[in-house]
Design a protein around this ligand. Structure first.
Ligand code: PEP
Ligand code: MG
Length: 587
């Protein structure tokens, strides 16, 4: 008999906040193990047809789910199912698998598995977290086709009648989208990242979730009690009574806390002494606009456009225009800041030829790529400009390292404007053009760049990575990734001061902006805007409203006297526990 495992604590990536406590419901969705089977040349056609049938069957299943969403009016999830349908139509998936059958003389299952393995290796080399997360979309599709090939059912979630915590190797966005909030208390998975579609859907449905737990499916037995904290990423299996009770209390408080926070949604984001800071949202799909509104976001501070490039073909100007117009109209009367493509190195899609790079984080990415692939860049700029006639848009260039890049990008923008002028197409002539501040060299010349940029947006995710020389996705040096490192605070201060001296505004859109404990320091630094994941906005607003600018300035000057990040972090936590005991005591 297997001995019941008690009080096991694991740490994954908290991707959707909230606490869930309940019995585990394991979804039998582990990897399907298949052996490579040799075939004879005469069997090639049969295997090819089996594969094609399985692809068609998979499309049928996805279309049925989509039909259900259409009926239920769950429009926001249809887009994601469509993205999966597009992957199923990708020639690379079909052709490479068939090639494996034909040239490798192996059965359909093995041929598909081999193709998935090759793709997986390509994705593992990708530096960019957002793009690497797309790997799971492709894996999920591969698994679905494989399941259909071997005749295994794809267990859905809509039949679940009791309240449970879902435990799975991975979940597809369509699984997540089918979750009923009154039945599914939360979910935990072996794999996944913050920016996978499954995580995005979980956040928009507000279902607590922790992903990336490695092998949680092997550690949990059906019926085990699971506690998960979607904010911290902590998961406890069969906790002792005291821990169970403490979490139960926290979860009840949490609900209260969340409801209480939503009261702040309509209130202005001003400090006690009348200083206002704009709180905006970071999103990557237009479907997330309702969630922005529900949390009181004042528009979009960062729209990541990478998702547009993940389809089966490169986006056309029209594709860009459609999405950005939805944003412009959707966030009115506020504005949306659209960041031009920020893809990181390595070959990624069949459409973009990426060079092999040993260090893609410092390679041909973001604005460097756009300045090289001018036609692609122009299509995006033209889409943004045209959409600017329908609401308030701003444009932002990522990874600017020096003045020439900004000038070149603006030059191309002027060319696109002239092309639109010659066709009589309207656009917002006053549209602001800003830059991301995420490379130390740009921060060092912020005073110079401020003369030619309309605004700055500090991307702390990269700024910290490059300033501290800490690979943001390398778990071995994660302990050194310190947002409150004195160097980081000084760099941010330099950027904000330079912007203000030049009379331009400065925003922060990296993850640091959405860390409630850091809000007083960021206010003290003088940021005009903080842009973050929508659900944290009410909490951040509560903090803004609960401090005065003089408190914030005092905290900042105290903090600047410390010499190490750890000292600053504990000082900030102590001070926050005094100012906001309900939220920060014991955290
Ligand atoms: C950043 O670097 O802080 C940022 C917001 O951009 P991304 O996370 O997309 O690199
Ligand atoms: Mg960045």
């Amino acid at each position: 008999m297997v001995k019941k495992r008690e009080n096991i604590t694991l740490k994954g990536i908290g991707v959707s906040s909230g606490i869930a406590i309940g019995r585990a419901h394991l979804i039998e969705r582990g990897r399907i193990e298949v052996e490579e089977r040799s075939i004879k040349p005469g069997q090639v056609e049969r295997e090819t047809n089996r594969f094609k049938r399985a692809v068609e069957q998979s499309k049928g299943q996805l279309r049925r789910i989509k039909g259900k969403f259409v009926k239920e009016g769950a429009k926001e999830h249809i887009y994601i199912i469509d993205a999966h349908l597009l992957i199923l139509e990708d020639r690379m998936l079909i052709d490479d698998t068939i090639k494996n059958i034909r040239e490798g003389l192996i059965g359909a299952e093995g041929a598909l598995k081999r193709h998935m393995h090759d793709l997986s290796k390509i994705f593992d080399r990708i530096e960019d977290e957002y793009l690497r997360a797309r790997k799971s979309d492709i894996e999920q599709i591969g698994e679905r086709v494989l399941r259909n090939l071997v005749g295994k059912r794809h267990e859905g979630l809509s039949h679940i009648k009791e309240k449970v915590v879902i435990v799975a190797h991975d979940l597809t966005p369509s699984d997540t989208a089918q979750m009923k909030k009154d039945k599914i208390l939360g979910f935990i998975t072996d794999i996944g990242g913050r920016t996978s579609h499954t995580s995005i859907v979980a956040r928009s449905l507000e279902i607590p979730a922790v992903v990336g737990l490695d092998n949680i499916t092997q550690q949990i037995m059906p019926g085990d009690i699971v506690v998960l904290d979607g904010m911290t990423g902590v998961v406890i299996i069969n906790p002792p009574k005291a821990v169970f009770k403490a979490y139960l209390e926290r979860s009840q408080n949490y609900q209260y806390f969340e409801e209480e926070l939503l009261r702040f949604k309509e209130l202005p984001s001003v400090t006690k002494d009348g200083y206002s800071v704009r709180l905006a949202g970071n999103i990557e799909l237009p479907e997330e606009i309702p969630s922005l509104k529900d949390h009181g976001a004042q528009g979009i501070g960062l729209y990541r456009t990478e998702f547009l490039y993940m389809g089966k073909r490169l986006p056309t100007e029209e594709d860009h225009f459609d999405v950005y117009r939805r944003l412009a109209e959707g966030v009115a009367p506020y504005s949306a800041t659209i960041r031009t493509l920020d893809m990181g190195g390595d070959k990624l899609t069949s459409h973009i030829e990426w060079a092999e790079e040993t260090n893609p984080a410092m390679g041909l990415r973001a604005i460097r790529f756009s300045l090289k692939e001018v036609e692609l860049f122009k299509a995006q700029l033209s889409g943004i400009l045209r959409a600017s006639a329908y609401g308030k848009l701003k444009i932002m260039f990522p990874m600017i390292s020096g003045m020439m890049e900004l000038r070149q990008a603006k030059e191309i923008l002027s060319e696109v404007k002239s092309e639109l002028d010659s066709k009589g197409i309207p656009y917002d002539r006053e549209m602001e053009v800003g830059i991301m501040m995420e490379i130390p060299s740009a921060a060092a010349i912020a005073d110079i760049l401020a003369k030619e940029a309309d605004f700055f947006s500090i991307g702390t995710n990269d700024l910290i990575q490059y300033s501290l020389a800490i690979d943001r996705v390398n778990e071995h040096v994660a302990y050194l990734y310190e947002p409150l490192h004195p160097a980081v605070i000084r760099i941010i201060k330099g950027v904000v001061d330079a912007a203000h001296n030049a009379g331009i505004k400065v925003s922060m859109c990296g993850e640091m902006a959405g860390e409630p404990a850091y809000v007083p320091i960021l206010l003290g630094l003088g940021l005009d805007e903080l842009s973050m994941n929508a659900p944290v906005i009410p909490w951040v607003k509560k903090i803004v409203r609960g401090v005065s600018m003089s408190d914030a300035k005092k905290l900042l000057s105290d903090v600047m006297a410390f010499t190490a990040a750890s000292e600053i972090e504990s000082h900030v936590r102590e001070r926050m526990a005094e100012l906001f005991p309900d939220e920060f005591m014991g955290r």
